[in-house]
Design a binder for this molecule. Structure first.
Ligand SMILES: [Zn+2]
Length: 87
C-alpha cells in the first residue's frame, strides 16, 4: 500500500485506485455538469431526451422553457451568478 504525506505531516494510506466504472461515472458527471443550462436564458429547467450516447457529443434533444431547442452538447455549464432555481 502506498502512503502519502498529508499536510498535517501524517502518513495516510492513499485511496485505492479508481475502477474503470468510477472513472466513466465521473466523466459522465463532469460532462453533465458542463452541459446543464440553456445557452440563451441560463435556465437549468431543460427537458432532454435520454438516448444513451456513450461518448460526447451528447446529441439528445434539449428543450428549454424559453423556447430554445438544440442538443445537450449545446447546453452551457453553471455560471457563478446563475439564478438559484430548483432542479
Ligand atoms: Zn432558455
Amino acid at each position: 500500500m502506498n502512503f502519502n504525506r498529508s499536510e498535517s505531516g501524517l502518513y495516510l494510506p492513499s485511496p485505492p485506485p479508481k475502477t474503470v466504472d468510477e472513472i466513466a461515472r465521473e466523466q459522465r458527471q463532469a460532462y453533465y455538469d458542463a452541459h446543464r443550462r440553456c445557452p440563451r436564458c441560463g435556465s437549468n429547467q431543460i427537458e432532454r431526451t435520454t438516448v444513451g450516447y456513450i461518448v460526447p457529443p451528447d446529441e439528445n434533444r434539449a428543450t428549454c422553457g424559453c423556447g430554445w431547442t438544440g442538443i445537450v452538447h449545446d447546453l452551457v455549464e453553471d455560471a457563478q451568478d446563475s439564478p438559484e432555481d430548483s432542479e
